[in-house]
Structures are given as C-alpha cells and as structure tokens.
Design a protein around this ligand. Structure first.
Ligand code: ATR
Length: 267
C-alpha cells in the first residue's frame, strides 16, 4: 500500500524537502507520496491527530513547529530533548516519536566526519542556533555565542555550557569556525557582522541561510581567504539522516544532492 510522508510547516511552499526526499523514495522503489502540509500553529494538535488516524508514516518538521510539536508526540530522542526541538517524526513500536537530525546535518556539513576545530563562534541565539551549539559542544569544541540581544545569548550559553559575548565584540580571528545562525542575509544583501570583523580570519565560515547560497556573510569571510560552507549542505545531510530514520535504508546522497541543487536553481 502506498505510504504517505510529508513536511509540516507554515508557510511550506518554499520547502525543498519534497524534491529531495522524493528521489530517495524513488531510488529504493518505495511506493510513497511526499506531501506539503501547511499547518498554522493553532491547527498543529488537530494535525497530529490526523497523522495518527491516517497512519501518516513520517514527517519532516520545520518552522514554526519544531518546538511546539514535542508535547504532542509519545517519545522524544535524547538529542531532541537536549536541543528542545524536533525536525523528524516517525513511528516505532506503535509510538509516534520525535528526533532531531539538524545537529548531525550541520556537523556533517562542516566536518565531513573529520573535525579540525577547537573553538567556534555562533552568531545568533534563536531556534536555529540550538542544534548547532549543542553538536559543537558535544564534540568538545569551545563555543562563544554572539547575539544582538545579549540576554538570549547568555541563556543559550548557560543551557549548553558555552560562553557569550555582545555581537559588537565579534572578531573572526579568534575562531576556527564561525557560524551565522541569524536570519540576517536571508533574501537580502546584509551580514550580521561588519566586513572588517573578519580581519585575520583563517578558519571556516558557515551560513545556515541558503537563499542566496553565497550570502554577504560568506563573501566577506571569503575575501579574507577563509573557507566557506554553504547552508544547503546542512539541509542535505539532515534529510539523509531523516530518510534513514523513516525507512532504515541508506539514502542516495548524490541523487538527493542533485535534486536539491536543481530545486535551488528553479525555486
Ligand atoms: P530562528 O528560530 O529561525 O533562529 P529567531 O528565533 O527569530 O529565528 O532568531 C533569529 C536570530 O536572528 C536571533 O538571534 C536574532 O537576534 P535577537 O535575539 O537579538 O533578536 C537574530 N537577528 C534577527 N535580526 C537581526 C539583526 N538585524 N541583527 C542581528 N541579529 C539579528
């Protein structure tokens, strides 16, 4: 029987998960449909009832539901609990479960399994920062969080045993990797930090934003000779891990990468 998977978000029309996941299901000849569920926050509870009743096989979860979905599920992985957010919903032994693959997706995109970083700066202290700070700390990296609103940086730092500083104090030269997890630069020519703050930087810059791929943040870093990693890699690797959780099968990385690249060009 045909299985149903989907992404739940609001808005959901811009999501690239359907294009990326559909090729993985097709690769394994799995008869599935991958739907977009545009669900406003007030309808999330009812939607989860529908997931249970209609036996929807799995969900990718995006904004604004990653945190609020947690109380509606039966079981949350340790990673999901520690981050406080879920991006993957799946069934195990009749229970509707939540996990978070954003953290691993980020880690894979900056290391490819081989870490060389000792210290990191994370710019931003919102929802996207949590998975990133969590996984950097898990791998023993010193993390300093820089945020416009200092209290939010302090709270996040406290939660994950990291340090925090004012955004104005940021100096790239002190860090092996610098991550933008703010929304600054999304569909705009702006960076959360000024160009000259990168002076002397020889590390890696990563931007969680992938629209555009070459953000001002990354181009500024690159102008000082740094390595850059674009944000769609995190999307790819979180999706690969998601597919494995849903199906138990290895995702076809090259096919998913190609589908994602195509979707990025044609969006
Ligand atoms: P998300 O859940 O997607 O991370 P969010 O919780 O709204 O979104 O967080 C957005 C992040 O971008 C925050 O760190 C925010 O800084 P504040 O905590 O000071 O609001 C940051 N941000 C948004 N606009 C910014 C700007 N113009 N300059 C610097 N940081 C900005």
């Amino acid at each position: 029987m045909k299985k149903t998977y989907g992404i739940v978000a609001h808005p959901v029309s811009h999501s690239l998960s359907p294009q990326m996941q559909s090729v993985a299901f097709a690769h394994h000849n799995l008869e599935t449909e991958f739907l977009r569920f545009d669900i406003v926050p007030e309808e999330l509870e009812e939607f989860i009832r529908r997931v249970r009743n209609e036996n929807i096989s799995g969900l990718a979860v995006s904004l604004p539901h990653k945190e609020t979905i947690i109380p509606h599920l039966d079981s949350i992985s340790e990673t999901g609990k520690k981050i406080g957010a879920v991006n993957t919903v799946f069934w195990r032994d009749g229970l509707l479960c939540g996990d978070n693959t954003d953290a691993e997706g980020f880690w894979k995109s900056i290391t490819n399994g081989n870490s060389k970083y000792k210290n990191a700066a994370v710019i931003g202290a919102g929802g996207a920062s949590r998975a990133i700070v969590y996984i950097l700390k898990k791998h023993g990296i010193d993390v300093t969080i820089f945020n416009r609103t200092a209290e939010k940086a302090q709270q996040l730092a406290h939660r994950f045993n990291a340090s925090s500083k004012a955004l104005s104090e940021f100096m790239g030269c002190n860090f092996g990797i610098v991550v933008n997890s703010t929304s600054v630069g999304l569909k705009e020519e702006k960076s959360p930090i000024p160009h000259d703050a990168w002076k002397g930087f020889t590390g890696t810059a990563f931007d969680a934003i992938f629209d555009p791929l070459q953000t001002k943040f990354l181009r500024n870093a690159q102008s000082y000779g740094s390595q850059v990693v674009t944000g769609e890699k995190m999307l790819l690797y979180q999706g690969i891990k998601q597919f494995k959780i849903w199906t138990g099968l290895d995702a076809p990385e090259e096919k998913m990468r190609n589908a994602l690249e195509k979707a990025l060009v044609t969006r």
